[in-house]
Write a protein that binds this ligand. Structure first.
Ligand code: NAP
Length: 348
């Protein structure tokens, strides 16, 4: 049995879902994988940070966050809920945690990947495995981070960055070696997929945005979704990792759904089609043609029936022809599973 020290950087929806999942799977991990764990650091942006070499009580940390007792901006430590030392910065937390594994789940920065990119680099340099759901470091530092991981004998894994916990990166890494990805196409942004479905039922664009905000899947500023940035960064991550061609979100040919009117949607439905915000990429020699755009999808396509917050990606490779992965109704829980799978795969 080996006990791994874990640090959480980012303890929002995903970090907390992961904490819950680890607690739920604790006995199974020990029994089936000889893995035990002790959480030695938890860091947030404005909710405080704590390190404790003897292990933080994860249930108490969840309780503190969920009951809002740390929402004053005081640290978890200041409130006396958890034993341990507060830290003043994310980098200090990473160093002081002396963790074996860092779970990096801070907010994404589409343009530069920072500051998460520096957090991941620091952890790898310190010999920690890093598991992240944050797309920023993947698209803005993939090659450098993989080199750093190799030099330090650790893993940089990022299964949850695209399609939550669905096994996309591990599929190509483990299950289908020596394959070449030629192209892919899919629906990878759940907010716009739900918005378009609402507009099919008669909502205006603004009403559809408001609905998605009310159910908690769209931000106050919805531009990251409706202008196609979230979809573009996912295309970048897939192209960068699976095709081996570095691609920034800024370099994806990108069009959002603002120009799709309820009339266009109604006309499409009359003809038996639906609008979907599709993500696609096709290898062209050493280059790639990558695109995010609204597209009319006929009812004969598997993409047509991907409802609400579900997603799909259809891969075309030189060995398996067409292979699709469909994910139904994902959420922080499934994202958390991708991180847990990364953790097990990193250490076993
Ligand atoms: N939600 C999902 O299902 C999902 C799916 C796939 C990928 N992801 C990715 O997973 C990551 C986390 O998502 P989430 O839904 O958990 O977001 P969230 O609820 O907003 O949580 C973000 C966490 O990161 C902390 N944070 C932000 N900036 C930080 C900084 N500079 N230094 C230290 N901590 C910082 C926040 O602290 P404060 O709250 O105190 O500011 C919070 O604890 C994002 O990169 C997201 O794109 C999420």
């Amino acid at each position: 049995m080996t006990t791994y020290k874990l640090a959480f950087l980012g303890f929002g929806n995903v970090g907390q879902a992961l904490a819950e999942l680890l607690l739920r799977k604790e006995k199974e991990l020990a029994r089936n994988y000889n893995i035990k764990f002790s959480v030695t650091g938890i860091g947030t942006g404005s909710h405080g940070s704590v390190v404790n070499a003897d292990g933080i009580d994860l249930s108490a940390a969840l309780d503190a966050m969920r009951n809002g007792r740390t929402s004053t901006g005081l640290s978890i430590h200041d409130l006396g809920l958890l034993a341990g030392q507060p830290t003043s910065s994310a980098l200090e937390l990473i160093r002081a945690s002396q963790a074996d594994v860092l779970f990096e789940n801070t907010s994404v920065n589409h343009k530069t990947g920072q500051p998460a990119l520096d957090y991941v680099k620091t952890a790898l340099e310190l010999g920690m495995h890093v598991c992240t759901a944050n797309k920023g470091p993947v698209v803005h530092g993939y090659a450098e981070l993989q080199t750093l991981a190799k030099e330090n004998g650790v893993k940089f894994l990022h299964e949850s960055t695209v399609m939550d916990g669905a096994p996309i990166f591990s599929l190509f890494r483990e299950a289908i070696p020596a394959s070449n990805l030629l192209s892919f196409k899919g629906v990878l942004n759940s907010t716009t997929n739900l918005m378009l479905a609402r507009m099919e039922k008669g909502d205006s664009f603004d009403e559809a945005v408001k609905y998605c905000q009310e159910v908690g899947i769209a931000e106050t500023d919805p531009s990251g979704d409706v202008d196609g940035w979230d979809a573009a960064i996912k295309v970048s991550a897939l192209v960068t990792v699976l095709m081996g061609i570095p691609l920034k979100p800024q370099d994806v040919d990108r069009e959002g759904i603002r120009d799709i009117s309820p009339e266009m949607i109604a006309d499409a439905l009359k003809d038996g089609n639906r609008y979907k915000l599709t993500c696609s990429a096709e290898r062209d020699g050493d280059k790639v043609i990558a695109k995010v755009a609204p597209e009319l999808i006929p009812s004969t396509s598997p993409i047509y029936s991907v409802e609400g917050t579900s997603s799909i990606v259809e891969f075309k490779s030189d060995v398996l022809g067409d292979l699709s992965v469909v994910e139904k109704d994902p959420g922080p829980d499934t994202t958390a599973y991708g991180l847990l799978a990364d953790f097990v795969n990193a250490v076993r």
